[in-house]
Design a protein around this ligand. Sequence first.
Ligand code: 4AD
Ligand code: MG
Length: 465
Amino acid sequence: MQRIIIKDALKRSDFGEKINVKGWVRTRRGNKNVSFIALNDGSTINNIQVVVDLTKFTEEELKTITTGASLSVDGVLAESVGQGQSVEIQATAIEIYGTADPEKYPLQKKGHTLEYLREIAHLRPRTNTFGAVFRIRHNMAMAIHTFFHERGFFYFHTPIITSSDCEGAGQMFQVTTQNLYDLKKDETGAIDYTNDFFGASTALTVSGQLEGELGAMALGAIYTFGPTFRAENSNTPRHLAEFWMIEPEVAFIEIAENMQLAQDFVQYCVNWALKNCSEDIEFLAKMYDNELIDRLKSVVENDFVRLTYTEGVEILKAAVAKGKKFEYPVDWGTDLQSEHERYLVEDHFKKPVILTDYPKEIKSFYMKQNADGKTVRAMDVLFPKIGEIIGGSQREEDLEKITRRAQEMNVPEKDIWWYLDTRRFGTAPHSGFGLGFERLMLFVTGMQNIRDVIPFPRTPNNAAF
Ligand code: 4AD
Ligand code: MG
């Protein structure tokens, strides 16, 4: 018999037809006449109810059908009288593929804490919560590709192993095939990389931007979507050592169009989630965050506020003067902390905010320098509950200015000569940004910890699974 996925089975109304479903047992309950098995195959948050008539099956046959067991069920599609479901299947034959010993299977009861589920990340996709999160994650990836494809952007694959530090923050994971027990050093004590695999010091990329710019300066508009790595030792609910980033880069646009692109992009993704993931989002809203759906709608319906860093600092200082307490001080020239960003978004404007024109000292070498000599054309998109969800900028297209800034910020010219060639040959205004995929996921799912929106999180002291 042809197997159908449970998502499709639940939509059918041709009662009396014979079908086959396969899945994992969520629960089994019943009495001495009939047994009800809730079966889930991951295609939807909803289970199908399998009705087992105990005059046709013995208790012995059903004994090992416990939570977590995997089954193939042949049966007759029937209209359900039970609440909350319209379709059920009356079993005619059941094959047990694999049992799950109730004494040992860790996902017996509902209501495990998210912390506990992180310790069994290999099994947590089988829970309702993580099933919902990972289905939404897939949908967000589809939304992203569709958005850019529809707008004529090309998906440009940038390398994961690299010999340059895009953000210049020195937070890279080294990649080497050298024998760490027998490292060759030169007379100054420096490690000799000439015999290493690539003949140079290499690391996992922190961003595909520099190579993305090469693509944009040829194809016009590109985006990357891949894993990025940061060895920043920040054990927070918003940082991962391995996260996915989407980085569009566009020739011939300046900061204002870049901001509009960022807004259109995020709104498109959130709207996609509202349209295509409603059951999963409703479940997460009910379980964890009853304001989730209103928050998602509000982001889709409202323009993001645009203001400069300097204006933002003024608002924050005025709040402090009125008695608002922050853990970290607010001063022109220092980077905003997440508490400051969230104050602007959640308390002051009650909308997403795009902050621009940051002090050049706290931003990367490649950002376009403003005429004031103090600020650069950076933009950070700040979101309720999240803080920074996007970081980007208009890029400095002037060869002399960018070379000088790279020197000042200790980015060696020998590492980025190829990047500087875009400014040497056919330079043009261009802009781009990076969206942290898991930050978007936090927003869309309402989950509070970034470890709960990626299947297998990598964080300080944790690379299990
Ligand atoms: O602001 P960032 O560092 O910007 C860049 O990497 C630029 N090269 C992007 C560009 O202009 N093409 O990072 C971009 C975004 C952040 O706004 C945040 O959402 C996310 O990446 N991000 C992280 N997400 C999870 N864990 C971390 N450790 C992250 N660091 C940055
Ligand atoms: Mg940033």
